[in-house]
Design a protein around this ligand. Structure first.
Ligand SMILES: [Zn+2]
Ligand SMILES: [Zn+2]
Length: 468
């Protein structure tokens, strides 16, 4: 077997959808006795993190349990044989889980002795995947490990993400407790939302795609909220028409890449945010793959449907929540009808930007055509009109950027008590509309193949052939 295929980064994490996590916890702590389950996971492997994405939770049923009490569990091989077979046929990782209702968050000698046999078996059956085990002593306390096939040593799972209506991070009992840095500076934020949110923010990695009017507002606010790490993607350079709305810019910045300007702005603020600045277009798999290390992504791109579809797909395939912001000036013959702002929150296992009509597959095709193809088909009336120069005015950019950041705070704290996925602000009418669009069961967001698929070929199951 090739050693490379078993490469794993030292930073191992696990991401659950909230519904699966709740199902698992309900099963594990149903009666005070030890219970067990299996997780089938896909993988997202980068240079800095190996992320397991939980696709399915399979409970060990009572009929397979030989004996269990509050100090131990013994079950038959009938419980795991079909699960390992399923992991093999779907090319997924196998994780065995059990609980310690007694409260001890360590693997016992019996656990160590039994688990290695089963994990060796999993490695022999399922090639090119990683397998391991976890223990929960309560629903917020865990330890976990992945077996390295060749060395037969374990690497610890450091953190769990649980993503649903709220977004939770649970650190392993073996991880160092999170520290709050610069409590003084963030005093006013702590007074509003407490120190726990600051700890999360200081340890979070956020992606922002698009560093224009809206993006620069989002970036400045994330920095001032104490976000620890930002990945910024934009291939544009500052033009003189941008100075009226890009936060941190001045006329001498004309010609500078927007991501560089943002990096400089954050450097000047200097309150602990690290930046990865990527001066590239998102529309290629190598750039888009760099977002896999993020915990959350903001989409502040212009009207491009293809870019939005990539971000939409990353949210579903990698369980990374996406907050998409948009503005539209609605005018006809020089008369302004209204100014619209829009925020969409895309979570896996929920309706996506295609369902809410924000992305249109005909527009994607039109965007990916060559100029000649486009002109020809447009004359024949086959393709939609691509948007021309857009009106942009700073207060609306900044406002919608702030609304987007507020939705991130909502996801991390649930301070509103309810997550709204699609919000329209009508600025002239002074109205806010919260609409839940219909869930389209035919849509890609309902595709078992795409949901939590992680690293598969082609990346995001998208055809990248037409990309220039
Ligand atoms: Zn045990
Ligand atoms: Zn959808």
């Amino acid at each position: 077997m090739e050693g490379d295929n078993y490469y794993m980064n030292k930073n191992i994490t696990m991401t659950f959808l909230e519904k699966d996590y709740n199902l698992l916890q309900k099963h594990l702590f149903k009666d005070g006795n030890e219970q067990a389950a299996y997780l089938l996971c896909s993988l997202s492997q980068t240079e800095i993190e190996t992320r397991f994405l939980v696709k399915e939770v399979i409970q060990v049923e009572d009929k397979h349990i030989l004996k269990n009490n509050n100090m131990g569990i013994y079950y038959t091989c009938d419980s795991y044989m079909p699960v390992i077979a399923k992991a093999k046929s779907n090319q997924l990782c196998f994780i065995m889980v059990h609980c310690h209702p007694c409260g001890i968050s360590e693997f016992s000698d019996i656990d160590n002795e039994q688990e290695i046999k089963l994990l060796r078996y999993a490695y022999n059956r399922i090639n090119n995947k990683l397998h391991g085990s976890m223990i929960f002593s309560d629903s917020n306390t865990f330890t976990g490990r992945i077996l390295n096939y060749e060395s037969e040593r374990y690497t610890s799972i450091s953190k769990i993400r649980v993503l649903g209506d709220t977004y939770k991070f649970i650190n392993s009992v073996n991880s160092d407790p999170l520290k709050t840095i610069n409590k003084d500076i963030f005093n006013r934020n702590i007074l509003a939302f407490g120190e726990d949110l600051l700890k999360i923010l200081q340890n979070i990695h956020i992606g922002v795609v698009g560093c224009g009017g809206t993006g620069s507002a989002v970036i400045e606010e994330l920095c001032r909220l104490g976000v620890g790490k930002l990945t910024l993607i934009d291939d544009d350079k500052i033009e003189n028409t941008n100075i009226t709305r890009i936060h941190g810019s001045n006329l001498s910045d004309v010609g500078k890449p927007k991501v560089t300007l943002m990096q400089e702005m954050i450097g000047k603020i200097n309150i602990g945010t690290n930046v990865i600045a990527i001066n590239e277009k998102l529309d290629n798999p190598n750039t888009a793959k760099k977002l896999r290390d993020c915990d959350l992504i903001f989409s502040c791109v212009d009207y491009t449907h293809f870019t939005r579809s990539i971000l939409n797909q990353i949210a579903i395939a990698y369980y990374i929540p996406l907050i998409d912001a948009g503005i539209k000036f609605d005018s006809k013959k020089g008369i302004l009808n209204d100014i619209f702002g829009r925020i969409d929150v895309v979570l896996p296992n929920d309706r996506c930007l295609f369902c809410s009509g924000i992305i249109d597959s005909n527009m994607i095709s039109a965007e990916l055509m060559t100029n000649e193809e486009y002109i020809k088909l447009k004359e024949q009336g086959y393709v939609p009109e691509l948007p021309k120069d857009k009106v942009q005015v700073i207060p609306y950019n900044s406002l919608i950027g702030s609304y987007a950041v507020i939705e991130m705070i909502q996801l991390l704290t649930n301070f509103k008590g309810k997550n709204i996925k699609h919000i329209i602000y009508k600025f002239m009418a002074n109205k806010t509309l919260t609409i839940e669009p219909d869930f389209d069961s035919e849509c890609i967001c309902n595709s078992e193949k795409l949901i939590g698929c992680g690293d598969i070929e082609p990346f995001l199951l998208l055809s990248w052939a037409g990309v220039k």
